[in-house]
Design a protein. Structure first.
Length: 255
């Protein structure tokens, strides 16, 4: 696999690379999956519905596996279905499981499991497959962290705890699997325009407060995160592991 630099633009060549993107049917996950596909990779995505045909806006030649991140057997089924893998993108997640408040201890438990425990379970199950990868720069696991990995947000205590734990787990697994040539990193997404952030972005009062803090004075889009992910799994980042790259327009540098 080669990384080509063309003037001020950067393009990636992931020809023959095998990629798994959980939660690849919408938002950030979809942008990541489409970017790998455009770069020539074989891409498998997961979603909660029974088949890919139930997602009318998904275009492209993706393989598809149904996944429920709260179901251990479902996670194990995905791992058992993947025979070749070079890059694992743990993107799937859900705030307010079941539409209920994370102040409820049972909902809190569900949120932490979805965003932390399921990441470890799937990564650990696929580690033997990733070891077999011969991709240039080494195999990669990527987690999608959040601003709640670093800052408190009272309305999502479980989501925040899971995302905070994810950053620490990235460090631990990067050391644990370094000798097996598996790099483990994360991208911490700032305020990105997705279906999940629509209520905030569409609120003039809430969005203005956020924009005032963002150094670049704009919200990001899913492709901003996808570009960072493709970089971290490329040969250009072959000496980077255990890191969480913040893609937030400068939100986190302001006090």
């Amino acid at each position: 696999m080669l990384l080509y630099f063309l003037m001020s633009n950067i393009s990636f060549d992931y020809s023959k690379a095998n990629i798994l993107v959980t939660g690849g049917t919408s938002g950030i996950g979809k942008a990541i999956a489409e970017s790998y596909l455009a770069a020539g990779a074989f891409v498998t995505i997961t979603g909660t519905k029974s088949s890919l045909q139930e997602y009318p806006d998904i275009l492209g030649k993706f393989s598809y596996i149904q996944l429920n991140l709260e179901d251990k057997k479902s996670i194990d089924n995905v791992a058992n279905s993947i025979k070749k893998l070079d890059i694992l993108i743990n993107n799937g997640g859900l705030a307010f499981p079941g539409g209920k408040s994370e102040d409820d201890p049972d909902i809190f438990d569900r949120a932490v499991y979805i965003h932390l425990n399921s990441f470890y379970r799937l990564s650990n199950a696929l580690q033997p497959t990733l070891i077999k990868s011969s991709i240039q720069g080494g195999a990669s696991i990527i987690g999608i962290a959040s601003m709640t990995s670093f800052f408190g947000l009272p309305i999502v205590p479980g989501y925040g705890a899971g995302k905070g734990g994810l950053v620490q787990l990235i460090k631990t697994l990067s050391m644990k699997w370094a000798n097996e040539k598996i790099r483990v990193n994360a991208v911490a997404a700032g305020y990105i325009k997705t279906r999940m952030t629509e209520p905030i972005i569409n609120s003039k009062e809430m969005s203005q407060d956020i924009i005032n803090r963002i150094a670049l004075k704009k919200f990001g889009n899913p492709l901003d995160v996808a570009n960072a992910v493709l970089f971290l799994t490329s040969p250009a980042a072959s000496y980077i592991t255990g890191e969480t790259l913040r893609v937030d327009g400068g939100y986190s540098i302001s006090s």
